[in-house]
Structures are given as C-alpha cells and as structure tokens.
Design a protein around this ligand. Sequence first.
Ligand code: 4AD
Ligand code: MG
Length: 476
Amino acid sequence: MQRERIVNLRDEAHIGKKVLVQGWVRTFRNDQFIALNDGSCVGNLQLVIDREATSDELKKRLNTGAAIQAEGVIESSQGGGQVTELKVSALEVLGEADPEEFPIQMKRHSLEFLREKAHLRFRTSTFGAVFRVRHALNFAVHRFFTEGGFFQMHTPIITGSDAEGAGEMFQVTTLDLNDIPKTDSGEVDHAQDFFAKPSNLTVSGQLEAELGAMALGQVYTFGPTFRAENSNTSRHLAEFWMIEPEVAFADLKDNMDLAENCLKFILKDVLERCDEDLAFLENREAQAEKSLPQDQRHETPLRQRLQAVADAPFQHVTYTEAIDLLQRSKPYKKKKFKYPVEWGVDLQSEHERWLVEKHFNGPVIITDYPAGIKAFYMRQNEDGKTVAAMDVLVPGIGELIGGSQREERLDRLKEKCAEFNIPEEHVWWYLDTRRFGSAKHAGFGMGFERLVMYVTGMTNIRDVIPFPRTPQNAEF
Ligand code: 4AD
Ligand code: MG
C-alpha cells in the first residue's frame, strides 16, 4: 500500500478509505489514542488502536518521537477537534525513541533550548510550521519574479569582489594556514593560491546581477550570502539568503514600486496558502507575548497585521525628513536613544524601530541617504550630498530591504571608486557596462530570513533558518 500524507486525510471525503500512514508519535494517551504527525501539516492524525488486542509490549514502544506506521480505515472522529481519525488494523514501530533520552518531549521547550537541539527541533509544531512557511515564501518569491518576466540568475558564491565595501568577507583559500607562502616583501603570496588571487565568499550577487540585467532586462538572484560581521544580534546571520532583483531602464521610483509590489504579492500568497501554519504561529506568538508587559505585545494578531500591510500603500520619507522626525521625537528629547541622531549618521535599529513602530505604524521606505554611509555603486543625486538609495523598514524587523538606483555614468562611478579606494582594475568588468550601452538601472536586496521572521512572527533570526551560522557557532 502507498503511504498517504496526513494533510490529505483530514476531510470527510476520505471516510471509509483504507490507508497506510507513516510518521512520528507526538503523544500516546489512554492506552488507545496516538497523535501522529508526518510533517505534511501542523495538525496530527488521531490513530485509534484496539486497547485489548494491542500487546503491552507494543504499547510501551509508542513513545513521543517514535517513528511508526499504521494501516487502517479512515473514520469519522468521535472526539472533538478533528473530522477524521484512523481506526488502526496493523501497527508497526519503525524506530523507537527512548523517553529517558529523547529531548523533545511534549512540554513547552524554550526556543533557546531548541536551538541547541536544532537537529531535532523540526519535530516540534513551531518549527514544522516555520519551515513549511519558509518553503512557501521561497516559492512565492520565484512566482512573483517569474510572472513579472524576470530571469533568475545564479551569481557566483566565490568571488574576488566586495560589493558592499564593508570588508565583512570570509576569505576562501587553499593555502596551508600553518605554512603560508610569502612574497619577498613579506606579504601572503596569493599567486600560489587556488585562484591565483585573493577571493572570498560573496556578500551580495548584485554586481554580477547588474551585468545580467544590462542584457536580459530584468533578472534576480536568490542565493546564499555571507557576512563576517561580528554582530551577535537577533537579526544578523553570518550565512543568509538574499533575493536581489535588478532592472534595466528603472529609476528609484520604479525600484520602490517593485519592492512594494513584491512584498505585497508574497504576503497575499502565503496568507492564502499557509493559513493553517500561520494560524498556529499567530497563536504561538500570542502565548509567548503573555509574559511580556502590555506595551510590548502586539495589538493586532499576526495574520491581520500581514493582511493590513498587503492592502495599504507604503509610506515614503527621505532620510533628511526622517532625521528631522527623530530629532523632534519624545525619546530623542528625553535622551532615550543610545546612538546619536544627526544628519550624516547611519540610522540605528532603535531609530528605525521608532519610525516604523511608533511614528508610521507600518512599512516605510526611506530614500536619499547621505553618500558617505552607503555603497560606492549608488547613484549620486543632484544635491551632491545624497544618493538614490532606499531602505524598506517594517515593524518588528527594521530593515527588510536595501536598494538603490545605480550610478550609470562612467565618470561619476570612477570618482566613486577613487573615493572608496576601489582599484579600477578590480572592477574593470563592472565599469565596462558603463562604457558600452550604459543605461539607468536599479535594484534591491531583500534578506530572506528577515522576511521569514516578519511573516512567521518569530523574533530571533536563528529560529527561521534550519542551521544558523553566527559568531562562534557553526554546529551541525
Ligand atoms: O542592505 P544590504 O547590505 O544590501 C545589499 O547587499 C545590496 N547589494 C542589495 C542590492 O541592492 N542588490 O542587504 C540587503 C538585505 C538587508 O536589507 C537585510 O534584509 C539583509 O539583506 N541582510 C541580512 N540578513 C541577515 N543577516 C545579515 N547579516 C544581513 N545583512 C543584510
Ligand atoms: Mg542595508
């Protein structure tokens, strides 16, 4: 008999059907009822075994976490909470889980505890829901761009360039670190290295995506990205996934519209496809927030919040206006901000959160940042001080998307390279696109894990990627 997935067995239409199911025991109670989960959905299938006919020896092996298979007939459920249940005629334990040792018991475990057991945390309802939603989000992204006429481009993971210029790169080398070859002048002799020059894991696929966009018109990348920034926050990973569209002939306005449409499409898509998992996560959030003071709890439930964002236009503000708003804010006047607020400084998380959560109370796009705090490739504005940059901030997360119109003027770009100490011979290929058929273009990067956090209501980025990589931690 072929295995049926539980997600397909829960409505009346299946009553009377003989099936085989396989999964993991969540609970076994009253010597009779097994709650079985096979990962296909957050809900369990109730299996009813014959109390008398089942041996004590078999019953003893039906512990939480055990893998089992059962055959039987789907019946209308006597108990509340489910429409169908399985009347079991044959039962087999495939793999036991010793209750003394299996760490995932049916009590509520803390997320911190489960992070240490990341290899087993998939077995909990919370992580099952998170990773199914993550999958759905992944496909929503591909659907949005594919339907919009974009082509996915696989940009390199090993590269010689530092697109963001932040110097947060993991080096890639095959040199023997215990016996590093040196040149006569005492420097590392990269000529002997695998690529015959220094190379690193990519911090962004953007520069290469731009090359593709300048021929294919509109492309996007969706791949792993690496940053060796030593910041142990709830929103940073050393290895994360990023979505980066790049569009030829587009300006900053087009770019903002694309970001807004993209986010709204994705939200609507998962609200429709993942209602059961999102309902579970919404409830989980409400439970978790019970221990928080009233003013730190969400007033609106998760799905309603996401729907509101999908329906309302995003707000816009320039960096200069944002600084002004912050300087007139209560926390600024009461000296509650830890970091300074003045024109020219980078906005810190505390500032972004005030803007988005207290002032605008919804997503906001901040544009036209000072040139000095943004990357070399951003298009210079006419004021000579700012660049055509945009950050999309959302409540609870802060920066979800960062992007810009790109500098398409060769002379200006060369000036920027000089200012940022980027040798032209390192980016000759990038400069070439400005030499041949240059045109305005724009794009952005959306952090995939930040998107998953936003949609699932999880508050730590380590809980939305299967095996997080953070400073001092690369277990599993
Ligand atoms: O703002 P960032 O650094 O922009 C870029 O990398 C551009 N090249 C994007 C582009 O224009 N094509 O990163 C983009 C997004 C951020 O807004 C954030 O959501 C996410 O990537 N991000 C991180 N997510 C998790 N961990 C980190 N360490 C992240 N750094 C950035
Ligand atoms: Mg950014």
